[in-house]
Design a protein around this ligand. Structure first.
Ligand SMILES: Nc1ncnc2c1ncn2[C@@H]1O[C@H](COP(=O)(O)OP(=O)(O)O)[C@@H](O)[C@H]1O
Ligand SMILES: [Mg+2]
Length: 421
């Protein structure tokens, strides 16, 4: 693929790259291919993201964990927590890396980005840096009324002198009118046409809500909806518990619990025969966001019928927390990834309801969006752009105007527009 070789060539010439474009243009997919190419050349790659979920989609870890930032949210915090100086071990690790990748960069605050820059300087990082994401998707999470500060607003951003590569082709759907709609909503641009087009998706709700996935703004709403819909199904409940394998004695239970929450791995997966589920990872025979129905189970498998009528014999998958350790390979000391612990769980969740935040990265065919729980800029765009089949998209009539719902952060718009100038 041309874009793959273009991006690889830049990175191999030590040019830092910012890989961007709207939702579903294949940023994460291309990123995985870039990582594979580096790894196959025996290069060391740090695969990172600000959230645990985004990190597991590229087989990596969180920024805080890799850069040993503890719980600090800015450099002042690092200092207060006696973590300003990087440990020798961390410096050695960072220095040994050839490529650092960060996905979902829109959720990395400028303060976090400054901390990353500090660690790279402290470690005399010699490798190349690839940041991936779309600033017109979910912004960094901030506490209270503090103003959102994006990574691109930091002093560090300029120092990396990124070259921008923009992907534009949407693979999820070929509905041109819908693609145009998404493009406009992404920029918060709602004229009369767009307004009317959005209204067309306000339809009578289906009788059986279980055939659709409800997107909510809040966690509580999604759990309540799942619970209620699960009760309607007249079958016995069964629970699949996560299996934990520790590969080292020095693993604390608290660390495992935290990882489970971050990586969105269910501790106790509650199911019934007949429940609709969404796959939560990508594999050769299913994709993240794909729908299916639980049709059977035994001790080792859950049998899932997909909408194409194929039945998949689903096993648990292992997701591991990794750490880097120095090892001797062919007489030379080298940093290598090692699994600290592995969690085995079925990569599915109930399909009745999910939050917009948790749906980031998914392509969902049968969708209802609760428009009355939108609170963050670009959140409506993220919700809409999950849809891979506009004929199966329903919008709940909003209490405000579409224009007010599709609000975007103006700093993000200015930055993204600047890239096209
Ligand atoms: N080159 C490609 N050809 C066909 N489908 C693709 C390609 N790249 C991505 N996709 C599909 O498009 C969807 C979105 O891709 P993803 O990489 O998650 O996009 P992004 O990270 O930009 O939101 C996925 O279902 C993926 O399988
Ligand atoms: Mg992505």
């Amino acid at each position: 693929m041309k874009l793959l070789s273009v991006t690889l060539n830049k990175l191999k010439l030590n040019q830092n790259v910012f890989l961007t474009g709207g939702a579903g243009v294949g940023k994460t997919t291309l990123t995985r291919e870039i990582i594979e190419s580096f790894v196959s050349d025996a290069k060391k790659v740090a695969k990172l993201a600000s959230t645990g979920m985004a990190a597991t989609l590229i087989g990596g870890q969180t920024l805080h964990s890799f850069f040993d930032l503890g719980i600090a949210s800015d450099i002042q915090d690092l200092e207060n927590n006696a973590k300003l100086q990087a440990k020798k071990k961390i410096k050695k690790l960072i220095n040994s890396i050839d490529l650092i990748v960060i996905d979902e960069i829109s959720m990395v605050s400028s303060f976090l980005f400054e901390m990353i820059h500090l660690r790279l300087i402290q470690s005399k990082f010699q490798g190349v840096f690839l940041v991936v994401g779309d600033f017109l998707q979910l912004p960094p999470v901030v506490r209270g009324a503090t103003e959102v500060m994006f990574a691109f607003e930091s002093e560090a951003w300029g120092k990396f002198a990124f070259e921008t590569i923009e992907l534009t082709h949407i693979y999820k759907t070929d509905d041109k009118r819908f693609i145009e709609l998404l493009h406009n909503v992404r920029y918060g641009y709602i004229d009369e046409n767009i307004h009317n087009h959005l209204n067309q998706y306000i339809k009578p709700l289906p009788e059986n809500l279980g055939e659709f996935t409800y997107l909510f703004g809040k966690n509580n709403s999604a759990s309540a909806h799942n619970k209620k819909q699960l009760e309607y199904i007249d079958e016995d409940l069964f629970i699949k518990e996560v299996q934990i394998i520790k590969h080292s004695k020095n693993v604390y239970d608290g660390e495992i619990q935290r990882y489970m929450i971050d990586a969105r791995i269910e501790k106790e997966l509650e199911l019934k025969i007949g429940v609709p589920i969404l796959f939560t990872r990508n594999s050769w025979n299913y994709f993240n966001g794909e729908r299916g129905i639980v049709v059977n189970k035994d001790a080792s498998y859950i049998y899932i019928q997909k909408s194409d009528a194929n039945i998949i014999k689903l096993e648990t998958i292992g997701i591991s927390k990794i750490m880097w350790r120095e090892k001797t390979v062919d007489g030379k000391k080298e940093m290598q990834e090692e699994n600290l612990f592995t969690l085995y769980q079925y990569p599915i969740k109930l399909a009745f309801g999910i939050t917009i935040h948790k749906s980031q990265g998914m392509s969902i065919e049968d969708l209802i969006i609760d428009t009355n729980e939108i609170f963050a800029p670009s959140q409506f765009y993220v919700a809409l752009s999950r849809s891979s089949n506009p004929s199966r998209l329903n919008l709940i009539s909003p209490r405000c105007q579409w224009h007010d719902l599709a609000f975007v952060n103006q700093k993000a718009v200015a930055f993204v527009r600047g890239k096209h100038a």
